[in-house]
Design a protein around this ligand. Structure first.
Ligand code: F6P
Length: 408
């Protein structure tokens, strides 16, 4: 009896895959999915090390193409964890990633193009955020590459996809951190201010803030910068909670929120701690009702890169796997220059060009390409729970019955 695979008789293909931009949980699951699906078709997959820098390495002879073949060499981890399948469990990127802007000069861009040519790829899968996809698309146009993009980022700010790889796990990490912090906060009757990543998008802070029980959430879309009114609103929220008998509070601030002067702070949580304490004193001078707050201890912390570095949750593994399979399918059908997206429970390959146009326009105007919408269901949910979102008055808020119509 002979063992058969569903290997196709269609001509073999050479495809490349690279990860670019900040790492996140699920990158290795995408790589594994692409390698598995391609190998079954008899294709070769080349893993490009460190984003487009890998092409420079190939052009300079640092990497030999044969050594980059993923299926042939696999990743032989210690003990029984051998081969390509274990990749779906691991965080980070086994290919390495690159967080650089546009290639500094045309000599570097030419080397990248030369490296691609040496490999003679039929298509390149780029696993990246909006910045990386934009930069690499420019190179793809110049080099006439056939590109498929897979969105990944804990910021979840790639337009037209409801989910980017890594986001769900990051939400879980931040949610768990908030839960953990509530015990130390309660033990010391403290207000904890927690800084969350997201660049100029507030999805991570908003989702995790709601799930983790935050009492105030500041995101750049609703609170582009702090104001005296917002600080007062926050102190009122803290005073209200104390009056209700809560002996601690959690404030989540997204890193994209700017200070009172409208400038970016490296540690906006530390800044917020300082100005909230100042505000508590000012309010007490004017109104004794606030004087209780003066005694409250406030502590700030930033969760930093811990938000990116856990094994992917099942949902991120599934998303990464489905995205990888879709990318391979698009290559097989020769539908190039596409970005794989998740919308309304469906996976699609949308044309890349118009999405790049939106990304470029937003970057040009210093706007987030896929911001939190002020009237989104998540924002309404936060308001309905009485979470302070930086509005000068706490809105009663209510869940729009129309948004529930789908369930009926
Ligand atoms: O885009 C992902 C992200 O983690 C952002 O949330 C954050 O601002 C940035 O990357 C941090 O980048 P770096 O790894 O270069 O510090």
């Amino acid at each position: 009896m002979s063992i058969t695979t569903n290997q196709q008789s269609a001509p073999t293909k050479k495809i490349g895959i690279l990860t670019s931009g900040g790492d996140c949980p699920g990158l290795n699951a995408v790589i594994r999915s692409v390698v598995k699906a391609s190998t079954l078709k008899g294709w070769d997959v080349y893993g490009i090390p460190y984003g487009t820098d890998g092409f420079i390495g190939i052009a300079e002879g640092k990497y030999h193409p044969e050594d980059l073949l993923l299926a042939r060499h696999g990743y032989n981890l210690p003990g029984i964890l051998k081969g390509i399948d274990v990749l779906q469990f691991l965080s980070g990127s086994v290919l390495g990633s690159l967080s650089k802007g546009h290639p500094e000069d045309s000599e570097i861009a030419s080397k990248i193009l030369k490296g691609y040519e040496i490999l003679g790829l039929d298509a390149l899968i780029v696993v990246g955020g909006d910045g990386s996809i934009d930069i690499i698309y420019e190179l793809a146009i110049r080099g006439n590459w056939k590109m498929i993009a897979i969105p990944k980022t804990i910021d979840n700010d790639v337009p037209y996809t409801e989910l980017a790889v890594g986001f769900t796990t990051a939400v879980e990490i931040v949610t768990q951190a908030l839960y953990d912090l509530s015990f130390t906060a309660a033990s010391h009757e403290r207000v904890m201010i927690v800084q969350v990543m997201g660049r100029d998008a507030g999805h991570l802070a908003l989702h995790a803030g709601i799930a983790g029980g935050a009492d105030a959430i500041f995101v750049p879309e609703l609170t582009p910068h702090l104001t005296p009114e917002i600080l007062e609103g926050c102190c009122r929220q803290l005073a209200r909670l104390r009056a209700e008998g809560r002996n601690f509070a959690l404030i989540v601030v997204s890193e994209g929120v700017k200070n009172l002067e409208g400038n970016k702070e490296k540690y906006i949580a530390d800044y917020l701690e300082k100005v909230i304490v100042e505000k508590m004193h000012v309010l007490c001078d004017a109104d004794p009702a606030f004087c209780d707050l003066k005694a409250v201890d406030v502590r700030a912390m930033s969760l930093g890169h811990l938000q990116r570095s856990r094994p992917p949750l099942a949902m991120d593994r599934l998303l990464a796997t489905v995205y990888g399979i879709k990318a391979v399918e698009l290559i097989e059908r020769e539908k190039f220059d596409r970005v794989v997206v998740w919308r309304g429970g469906k996976v699609r390959g949308l044309p890349l060009k118009p999405i790049i146009k939106i990304i470029q326009q937003c970057h040009h105007e210093n706007r987030c390409a896929y911001p939190v919408e002020a009237d989104s269901f998540m924002v309404k949910t936060a308001r309905s729970l009485g979470i302070y979102l930086g509005e000068s008055e706490i809105s009663e808020g209510s869940i729009d019955p129309e948004s529930l119509a789908i369930l009926v």
